[in-house]
Every structure is written in structure tokens, then in C-alpha cells.
Design a protein around this ligand. Structure first.
Ligand SMILES: [Zn+2]
Length: 279
């Protein structure tokens, strides 16, 4: 009888506890990268790559040789040139923080890890100047549980689908300094940045717009707060729409520019096979 009672206790009480413990763990982890599907979160670099309006030069990809060599074999080689901040790129802490880490000093542990996606696309589609607030983070936590500390936090505004249309993406077709006042795209508020730093200590923060600060910012507070705490930023991200809210594992590897304030970023996410739609 006692044995029967113990079996009931094990089955009815302990099994659900164990199952829920397992599901909590798996919610935030891709356990086998070999079985995961990879999603490309980078836009290609080409002649259409978008740079901040006051960048004089864009991406340059110049042919040095392409064709048949005197030895009768094919050979091609190009040179590249690009401002650090354009296309899908990383902002290193030193971009806005004099004593912050340079691009090559950022530890790999800050560039790899479990990611969560905060979707503000409904609000951002109605308001080009939408500022992501603390209330968006609280609402996310009410639906999904507390944001784990040391997460990579990706903000989905939906503007990634407008890239590379300068007018749709930036809100203006103008270039040069006179374009700056006409920039209209969503970004992360200073309050949300401070809240994240104080309460959730993210590894890194990314967004599918041209800047972690919104287009109308003149003081770049979000850059100063996040980078000032040695938290790198990922900008101009692609394909956030195919990531699950939780469960993606991000690998973000910028070109290793010694002393760089930022640089071109190849960023990919491993997602459980059922949730990813692109390979
Ligand atoms: Zn940047």
C-alpha cells in the first residue's frame, strides 16, 4: 500500500515538476547546434548598402583581376573599402565611450549566446518615431517570463523589410548633413536602455533599423548608455521576422578590426528546426 502511494506521488506530483523544469531549460537553449536551422541576420554588402546619410563613401568592391591568367586558369580578386558603420554592422563600445572596448577587444562571450526577440512591429508600423519603452519590456516579460540575464536582446520593428530603400527605411531619400533632421525610424528609448543595464545585464542589443537610437535622436542617449556599459550594438539586422521569441542562439562575428569603433557584421542565429523558415 505504501509502495503504491509512493508511486502515485511520483507520477502525479514529481513528473510534472520535472517536465516543467525541462521545458523551462529548453525554452532558452538550442541544445544541439548540429540539429538546428541557421538563419542569416545580415544584409549583403553591395552597391545598395545603406550608410548614415553623412557618410561620404559607401561600400566599394573594386575588381583587381577577373579572367584567365597566362597560366590558363581562372582567377578573380577584388579590393574592398567601407565606412565602419553601415549595412549590418556592430557598434563597439568605444564608438560612444572614450574608455570603452574597441571592436577587437569585445569578448566572444558577448557576441554569442541565447537571444530573445522583442516584437514592437505593430506600434512601429503606426509610428515611424516609435521609441521602445520599459513598458514593452515589461509586457514581454508578462507573456514570456523574465528576460534571462546575459541574453542577447533583439528588437524587431519590422523596418528590416524596408531595407535597402533609403526613403522607406530612413524616412528620407536625402543624403548629406541636411538629411539628418528628416530621419524617421523607431529606436530604443534611454529609459529602456537604462532598465536593461540595471536589471537584465544583456550581452548585446540588436535592432532591424539603422540605429539603436531612433531617427529623431540628437543626443544618442541609448548609444551612450549601452556602449557606456560595454554592451555592443548590432544595427541594420535582417530576417528577425523568422526568429522565435525565445530559443534562438546567436553568433555575431564582426570583421576583427584592431582599434575599430565598429565594423561589418556577419550575424546568424541557430533556431530549433520547426521554427526557422530560412536556411
Ligand atoms: Zn553603428
Amino acid at each position: 500500500m505504501r509502495e503504491y502511494f509512493l508511486r502515485i506521488v511520483l507520477t502525479v506530483v514529481i513528473t510534472p515538476v520535472l517536465l516543467s523544469a525541462c521545458s523551462t531549460t529548453s525554452r532558452y537553449a538550442v541544445t544541439d547546434l548540429g540539429q538546428a536551422q541557421w538563419v542569416d541576420l545580415s544584409h549583403s554588402y553591395d552597391a545598395s548598402t545603406l550608410y548614415w546619410p553623412n557618410n561620404v563613401k559607401g561600400f566599394e568592391h573594386v575588381e583587381e583581376f577577373k579572367g584567365t591568367t597566362p597560366g590558363n586558369y581562372f582567377y578573380s580578386s577584388y579590393s574592398i573599402s567601407t565606412p565602419e558603420h553601415g549595412g549590418t554592422h556592430l557598434d563597439a563600445p568605444i564608438h560612444f565611450s572614450e574608455k570603452g572596448l574597441t571592436l577587437d577587444q569585445i569578448p566572444l562571450s558577448s557576441l554569442t549566446g541565447n537571444a530573445i526577440v522583442v516584437d514592437v512591429s505593430a506600434k512601429a508600423s503606426r509610428d515611424r518615431d516609435y521609441l521602445i519603452g520599459v513598458d514593452d519590456l515589461i509586457a514581454w516579460e508578462q507573456r514570456n517570463g523574465q528576460i534571462p540575464t546575459r541574453s542577447i536582446i533583439l528588437f524587431k520593428t519590422g523596418y528590416g523589410s524596408k531595407y535597402p530603400s533609403r526613403k522607406e527605411y530612413f524616412g528620407t531619400e536625402k543624403t548629406g548633413p541636411e538629411a539628418i533632421p528628416d530621419l524617421h525610424f523607431p529606436g530604443i528609448s534611454a529609459q529602456a536602455s537604462t532598465w536593461l543595464v540595471d536589471h537584465r545585464q544583456p550581452k548585446a542589443v540588436g535592432i532591424d533599423t539603422a540605429s539603436i537610437d531612433y531617427g529623431q535622436s540628437t543626443d544618442f542617449q541609448t548609444h551612450r548608455i549601452l556602449l557606456g556599459n560595454n554592451i555592443p550594438g548590432f544595427e541594420n539586422l535582417a530576417n528577425l521576422d523568422v526568429l522565435p521569441v525565445t530559443g534562438a542562439y546567436v553568433v555575431a562575428l564582426p570583421m576583427k578590426i584592431a582599434g575599430g569603433s565598429g565594423g561589418p557584421l556577419r550575424i546568424v542565429a541557430a533556431v530549433p528546426k520547426a521554427t526557422g523558415q530560412r536556411d
